[in-house]
Design a protein around this ligand. Structure first.
Ligand code: MLT
Length: 394
C-alpha cells in the first residue's frame, strides 16, 4: 500500500486478483468508440434485442398488483414456479423431477453457477472447466478458494472435452465438472453418448457435473438439444442450469433455475438461504407463463434467429471468413483470418468497421484464433455489418 493509501481500507486479494469481467471490458471499449462518434453494430454480448413476449409481460403486470407477491418469496422458489419447471421438463425432455427436492429458482443461471463452487469446493480443490468457456465457471471456482483445471475444446474434437486426457491426479482433486451444450462460445452441440461418458467419469471420481443448458431452446432446422439428465445415472451425479434470459428475451428479469441431484440442490439452496432472500414472486409468475404459457412464442423467436443465422453465415462466408453454421445457440464462432490474433481482429472490426464482437481468447486461451458474433441484431444491421466487413477487408 502506498503512503497516501495508508488510511484507506484495503481491498481483498481475491478481488484485486479477479480479472475484469469480459463483457464489462467490452462495454468500456464500446463507450470509447461511441465517444469518438463511431456508429456501432454491437454483436458482442448475448443480450437479445427483441422484447420479452407480451403474454409474459401481462402475467408480470397482474402479479405486481397482487399484494400476495410483495413480501419475501420462499427461498427455494414458489411452489407454483417449481411445479411449472417440473411440468416443462416432463413436456420438453420427458424427465420427471420432484419440484420440491430437485428444482431451485435462481437469480439468473449466472448466479447459481457462480455460487455452486462455494457449496462443493474446499480451498485447494479443483473444478474442471472448459476452455474456451463462460468465464463464470472459473471465477466462481476461484472465489470459493479453488482452482480451475482447463479442458481444451477444439474444432478437431467437435469442441467436446476429451475426458480421458484428464490426468488422474487432477480428476482426484476435482469436485465439479462444468459442461455447457449447446455451447457458448463455440456453438457446438453434444449428444447423449458424450453425456453418458461424462456420467461414467463423474461416478469414477465422485465429481458433480454442472451442466449449463442456457441455450437449450435456441436451435435450428431439425436439431433438438437433449438434456444432460436424459442420460442414465445423470441425476445421481449432476445438475442442470437453465436460464429464461436467452429463450424468452428476459436477460433483464434475472430468472433461471437449476434441477437435478437433490443433495446438490439442497447444498446450493442452503448457501443461498444464507446470502439472498429469494426471487421476487411476481417474476416467478412471469416465469411460469414463459415456460408453460403460449408455446408458439419460442417458435417465433427461433424463426427470427434462424433467418439471421442464414444472413450472417452467408454474408461472412462471401466476405472470406471461415465458419461452421451453428446447429444451436445464437452465436457464430468464426475463425480469425491469418495475420491476426483474436483481439487484433476484434480491434480491426471495431476501429475500422464499428462492429463490436467478442475475442475468442476472452473465453480462455484455447479460444485464441476465433471471434464470436451474436445474432442479436436485426437482419438489416447484420447485412450492414457484412457490407462494412467487405468494405474494410482484412
Ligand atoms: C455471453 O454473452 O456470453 C453471456 O451470456 C453474457 C453474460 O452472461 O454475462
Amino acid at each position: 500500500m502506498t503512503k497516501s493509501n495508508k488510511t484507506k481500507p484495503e481491498i481483498a486479494r481475491r478481488i484485486r486478483e479477479l480479472p475484469e469481467y469480459l463483457f464489462a471490458g467490452i462495454d468500456r471499449k464500446k463507450a470509447e468508440a461511441l465517444a469518438k462518434g463511431v456508429v456501432l453494430i454491437d454483436l458482442s454480448i448475448g443480450d437479445p434485442d427483441q422484447p420479452t413476449p407480451s403474454n409474459i409481460i401481462r402475467a408480470m403486470k397482474l402479479a405486481v398488483e397482487d399484494p400476495a407477491n410483495h413480501g419475501y418469496p420462499p427461498y427455494e422458489g414458489t411452489n407454483s414456479f417449481r411445479e411449472a419447471v417440473a411440468t416443462w421438463y416432463k413436456t420438453r425432455f420427458g424427465i420427471e423431477l420432484d419440484p420440491v427436492k430437485e428444482v431451485l429458482v435462481l437469480t439468473g443461471s449466472k448466479e447459481g453457477i457462480a455460487h455452486i463452487p462455494m457449496s462443493f469446493l474446499n480451498p485447494g480443490d479443483l473444478s474442471l472447466v472448459p476452455d474456451p468457456g463462460y468465464p463464470v465457471y472459473n471465477v466462481g471456482t476461484r472465489l470459493a478458494g479453488g482452482g480451475s483445471y482447463y479442458l481444451p475444446l477444439s474444432r478437431e474434437n467437435g469442441f467436446l472435452p476429451d475426458l480421458e486426457k484428464i490426468p488422474a491426479r487432477a480428476a482426484k482433486r476435482a469436485k465439479l465438472l462444468f459442461l455447457n451444450y449447446p455451447n457458448n462460445p463455440t456453438a457446438a452441440v453434444a449428444g447423449k453418448e458424450f453425456f453418458g461418458e461424462a456420467v461414467k467419469f463423474a461416478e469414477k471420481y465422485r465429481i458433480l457435473i454442472c451442466h449449463d443448458a442456457a441455450y437449450s431452446e435456441v436451435y435450428y432446422d431439425d436439431y433438438l438439444p437433449p438434456s444432460f439428465l436424459e442420460v442414465e445415472g445423470a441425476k445421481e451425479v449432476g445438475v442442470e442450469f437453465h436460464s429464461l434470459s436467452k429463450t424468452f428475451n428476459m436477460t433483464g428479469w434475472r430468472i433461471g433455475f437449476v434441477v437435478g441431484n437433490a443433495e446438490a440442490i439442497s447444498a446450493l439452496g442452503k448457501l443461498k438461504t444464507n446470502i439472498d432472500s429469494g426471487l421476487f414472486s411476481a417474476v416467478q409468475v412471469a416465469g411460469i407463463e414463459a415456460l408453460n404459457g403460449d408455446r408458439t412464442v419460442m417458435e417465433k423467436i427461433r424463426a427470427v434467429y434462424q433467418e439471421r443465422r442464414e444472413v450472417l453465415v452467408k454474408g461472412l462466408k462471401e466476405a472470406g471468413l471461415e465458419i461452421d453454421p451453428p446447429k444451436a445457440t445464437f452465436y457464430l464462432w468464426i475463425k480469425v483470418p491469418s495475420g491476426y490474433t483474436s483481439v487484433g481482429f476484434v480491434e480491426h472490426l471495431l476501429e475500422a468497421g464499428g462492429i463490436v464482437c467478442t475475442p475468442g481468447s476472452g473465453f480462455g486461451l484455447a479460444g485464441e484464433g476465433y471471434i464470436r458474433m451474436a445474432l442479436t441484431k436485426d437482419k438489416d444491421r447484420l447485412n450492414e455489418a457484412v457490407a462494412r466487413i467487405k468494405k474494410i477487408g482484412f
